[in-house]
Design a protein. Sequence first.
Length: 336
Amino acid sequence: MTTRSRLLVLFAAVSLLAVLAGTAVLRAADRAAEKDRVQEGGPSVGSGPVSLTAGGERRIAFRNMAWGPHRDELTTVPADRPDGPRTASGVSCLRFHAAAGTGVCLQSGGRAAVLDASLKEVSAHRLAGLPTRARVSPGGHLAAWTVFVGGDSYAGTDFSTRTSVLDLRTGRLVASLEEFTVLRDGREYRAADVNFWGVTFTPDERGFYATLATGGRTHLVRGDLAAGTVTTLRENVECPSLSPDGTRLVFKKRVPGLPAEAPWRLHALDLASGRETPLAETRSVDDQVVWTDAHTVAYALPGDFGADLYTVPADGSGAPRRLMSSALAPAFLGPR
């Protein structure tokens, strides 16, 4: 091989290496960009530190539903900029709630993870089915979760649920509220078809409200954790959520004449008077609402990428408005 030929081969090899190196750099850049890519027109999502204590700034923590590498991760945004850039934690949750620096994260693989303020796992518990509801008490000392153990929709009748309550102060786990004694019309009630879901804790963290289903009907119940009892209060109440002052419940109610696949309307119940008020949201809401403050509730409705969050006044006035897209299971952190 002549010197000229050797130089041509060397030049070709160097050129090929340069092309390969450039391609590698471009691919690395693409991969880096992919880490923070979301669906077109969606929110900006990037990795960063996430805390369940908001400090002086009020924040919203939620399950991010935006398509991209951070989908399903526990994510936060400032409460006054819900459409702003999102900070993703790397912790994935199917259902989530938090209060007073304690979080409960229901995960794929059948785990309920209790998290501290820095998202460190404090304890983990086995789930018996598909996660559907999660709640933390106002003081952060109690956690509850509900799973489906058969069926996949409250709109049907062929399903069963299991609701657990964990006391973080003692470590006591009530694996199923079906262990509690049911009091109905002043008498102990027993039935094979009893199901519970949708726990919401009282401000004193001694009791709770929830839904009990039996005999094809749903009932609002008040639970006493120390006594291990639940007492039925009224019918046709599902997924109650107690106001911060403990005086009102917002819940979903089946309304006669609505389609079987979309049977609910949100209502508020004044616990002292028993008066019910329909809220301004006229769409069927299959969710347990969260109080954003003393006057407003937030909830999820189906969206283009799984779910979007909306708010509506809790007194029946006003109109619903979109809070943020591609989000689910919010918790409002910091001062109300």
